[in-house]
Design a protein. Structure first.
Length: 130
């Protein structure tokens, strides 16, 4: 039984270990850390891609897109972008593929990892508000 020192110099029992719960003692906490790191990576990548599309890519077609979400899937960052109504989705996808290297470089500069994940794009039409 673990004990901790109280203010008078005596040791008091630690209540966490009085009745050990196997779920508490043997739970793998690394999964929570990995999920947090994945969310952090996706948020950093989303910011970097958004800033790069707005600032460095001087293209009218890419100016008509908005980064909606970034998801990590099997070592690849899937970037979900929404195109304004009337924009050709195939043209947006081909332009994004053309600037993929620039976007990946921006993500590499924004994150602090040994390897930068590759990028994949999903282009969706912008939803019309009701």
């Amino acid at each position: 039984m673990s004990r901790k020192k109280n203010g008078r110099g005596a040791f008091a029992p630690d209540s966490r270990f009085d009745s050990p719960d196997p779920d508490v003692l043997f739970t793998d906490r690394r999964g929570h850390i990995n999920e947090r790191k994945e969310r952090q990576l996706c948020a950093q990548a989303r910011i970097a891609i958004t800033l790069t599309l707005e600032g460095e890519c001087l293209d009218d077609v890419l100016g008509a897109v908005m980064v909606d979400d970034v998801v990590l899937s099997s070592g690849q960052l899937i970037v979900v972008v929404r195109a304004r109504p009337g924009t050709d989705l195939a043209a947006v996808h081909s332009r994004l593929d053309a600037v993929k290297g620039t976007l990946r470089s921006a993500v590499a500069a924004a994150i602090h990892r040994k390897r930068t994940p590759s990028l994949g794009f999903v282009v969706l039409p912008e939803e019309v508000p009701l």
